[in-house]
Design a protein around this ligand. Structure first.
Ligand code: AMP
Length: 622
């Protein structure tokens, strides 16, 4: 892939936008040129920027290959996989935090901070450093042309907070983000599958640190993501770790001076494991070789591909479980999948290719370099967004349902999970109490029936509702998820036009494991949740009935006989008592008894209304 002429590009620089794959392990830029996408790499260099950062004692942080190389000599000052911390809180990343060689804290507003050599950095600031390096490498590849517009890819499972953090990182890097798109969607574009008239595609993306699978549907050249699944803690790194752990045990047994306590030893082993793993993708046997002359350790052993496959098989099966879930969620069967696309460096492993082929029952596409497809696809999208001609409409999906807490604690889901984005939904709400002039909204994400079991995205208050009887105010709430997955909620009172909005801020994010956990919980607790929801709804209904009965009694008590009044009072007391407990049959019985007891009151009230209406008409006629 070639160098791009400065003259050509200078004229066109204004119209250019680059595609950036901001990866956990490596990052890369690409550009649409002469009718096809190309990877951006300066002459004599490759374009990959290892997503590693080294913090020297003096001077600014070093990013990329130089940083990764420093990990061997000074692992205590090198950070890998910062992407895992994007848009998340400290409690979300306990496992990852344990791998980081320096202290991690949290700012007052819940943003992670790495403390390195007396300075604090957020994940956004550190990702910005990686983006700057990719941008710089890309611009050098273009002969020094400055292009700041870009499309950046993120894993399909990134939630709003994580996408927001990625946007913030780009802003800090001085980039102008045209759009954030999902990695599997970009990959399917790179394979030009949009040219198909019709079909279903599975994109299997196993990178260094994350796994994503997407089921896409193509109709008349338009992509729609039917379902996604994945695991942000599954990738080639885990295979390296499995091999390194195996080697560490063997070394501890065999080598006289095994420096097992030395932190450099872990890094040396990890890099040796990765080298061995990669060699075993093209050879049946490879040498695992570690050398730390300063400690006197020189150790080598031969590893067979078969042995590596035995160590990695459980990890690959985990990925295939996600594939099954995505296919089920997409409401397709394996037979309906027409194409399978492989993405990510770890899909070079013969075991991965074999198992994916066996699972989907068809040979996957492997024509493009699996490390480049995402960046290439991002550059196609960037080209399209700059007005280029390639009729592609991209749609992604919301990983979890989005909704509002209603009175009583239930959830009204406005946007269902796996809805294609951009999308929007509007629903009408009203007041619960007489003369209520404000409503508090609690925006939640998740599949459970009660708000307390879902994840809070934000809270806001709509003020300025005119004082009206309960249930008379009309408030329209609109959820809008834009093409980048950002959620804007707007509540509007219809008579006064009072408006309140909230945009979900990139605060504490959510890992895909948590998404998986939330989905599993929703499935396992479906029955329990339905009962809890019914209790919540009945409680709300009883509240409204009690309120209406009290008002009715004040108006028509004199018209009722003593027995009926006592019946109603007893039913009201029973309803109030049942409302305080979580016993579904009891609350259901209390509601039914209450309804029966208040029938005579309802009849008297209906009568009074009819009489008033008749009198009103007579008055009018006079
Ligand atoms: P990515 O995140 O897509 O850049 O993928 C990086 C992962 O792919 C790392 O775990 C690499 O070790 C792995 N990888 C790269 N080349 C090979 C190869 N030839 N065989 C097996 N794994 C590879």
């Amino acid at each position: 892939m070639g160098f791009i002429e400065l003259t050509v590009l200078n004229n066109a620089a204004q119209k250019l936008a680059i595609g950036i794959d901001l990866g956990t392990t490596n990052s890369l830029g690409a550009l649409w040129k002469d009718g096809h996408p190309i990877v951006l790499h300066p002459v004599g260099e490759h374009g990959y920027v290892p997503s590693a950062i080294y913090f020297p004692e003096h001077g600014p942080p070093v990013v990329g290959k130089a940083a990764r190389d420093r990990a061997m000599l000074d692992p205590a000052h090198v950070l890998f996989s910062v992407k895992r911390f994007m848009g998340r809180g400290l409690k979300d990343v306990a496992t990852d935090a344990a791998q980081v060689p320096f202290p991690i804290g949290e700012s007052e507003n819940g943003v992670i901070e790495f403390e390195i050599r007396g300075r604090k950095y957020t994940p956004e600031q550190l990702s910005a450093l990686i983006l700057m390096k990719v941008h710089d490498t890309s611009c050098r590849a273009m002969g020094g042309v400055e292009v700041t517009k870009c499309v950046i890819t993120v894993p399909a499972y990134f939630d709003e907070a994580q996408r927001g953090a990625t946007r913030d990182a780009a802003r800090l890097a001085g980039l102008d983000v045209l759009r954030i798109i999902n990695e599997p969607t970009a990959a399917s574009l790179a394979y030009g599958l949009d040219k198909k008239k019709q079909g279903n595609v599975a994109v299997f993306d196993l990178g260094g640190g994350t796994f994503d699978v997407s089921i896409l549907c193509i109709e008349d050249g338009v992509f729609r993501v039917l379902a996604t699944s994945g695991d942000t803690h599954l990738g080639g790194d885990d295979i390296d770790r499995a091999l390194a752990d195996w080697a560490a045990e063997k070394i501890a047994r065999e080598a006289k001076q095994a420096p097992t306590k030395d932190p450099v030893f872990a890094q040396v082993l990890r890099l040796a494991a990765e080298r061995t793993k990669q060699a075993l993708s093209s050879a049946e046997h490879a040498e695992f070789h570690v050398s730390m002359p300063e400690t006197g350790l020189h150790w080598r052993t031969e590893v067979s591909r078969e042995h590596l496959e035995r160590l990695s098989a459980p990890l690959i099966e985990r990925a295939l479980c996600c594939c099954q879930r995505a296919v089920t969620d997409s409401k397709l069967t394996l037979k309906d999948i027409d194409d399978v696309v492989l993405v990510g460096g770890a899909t070079r492993m013969p075991l991965v290719r074999r198992r994916v082929q066996e699972f989907f029952g068809r040979e996957p596409h492997t024509d493009l370099n699996p490390d480049e497809v995402v960046a290439l696809g991002a550059s196609i999208q960037a080209h399209v967004l700059m007005g280029g001609t390639r009729d592609v409409l991209l749609m992604d999906v919301t990983p979890l349902s989005l909704g509002l807490e209603t009175v009583g604690g239930a959830v009204a889901k406005l946007i269902q999970r796996n809805s294609t984005i951009p999308c929007q939904a509007t629903e009408g709400f009203t007041t619960y109490a007489d003369n209520q002039t404000g409503i508090d909204f609690h925006v939640v994400q998740g599949e459970r029936e009660l708000a307390k079991d879902c994840r809070t995205l934000g809270r806001f208050r709509l003020r300025g509702i005119p004082p009206l009887p309960a249930g008379m105010a009309r408030v329209a709430v609109r959820f809008h998820v834009d093409a980048n997955g950002m959620l804007l909620v707007t509540a509007r009172e219809e008579t006064t036009g009072a408006v309140a909005t909230i945009e979900v801020k990139p605060m504490n994010g959510l890992s895909d494991q948590e998404v998986e956990h939330m989905l599993r919980e929703a499935y396992l607790k479906a029955r329990e949740d339905m009962d809890a929801r019914r209790v919540a709804d009945l409680r709300t209904e009883l509240g409204i009935m009690l309120h209406a009965t009290r008002k009715g009694l004040a108006f028509a008590q004199a018209e009722l006989d003593r027995e009926t009044r006592l019946d109603i009072e007893e039913a009201m007391a029973a309803a109030e008592a049942a409302s305080r407990k979580d016993d579904l049959p009891a609350i259901q019985r209390a509601r039914d008894t209450f309804e029966r007891a208040t029938l005579p009151l309802a009849a008297v009230l209906m009568d009074a209304v009819a009489k008033a209406a008749l009198q009103g008409r007579k008055l009018d006629e006079v």
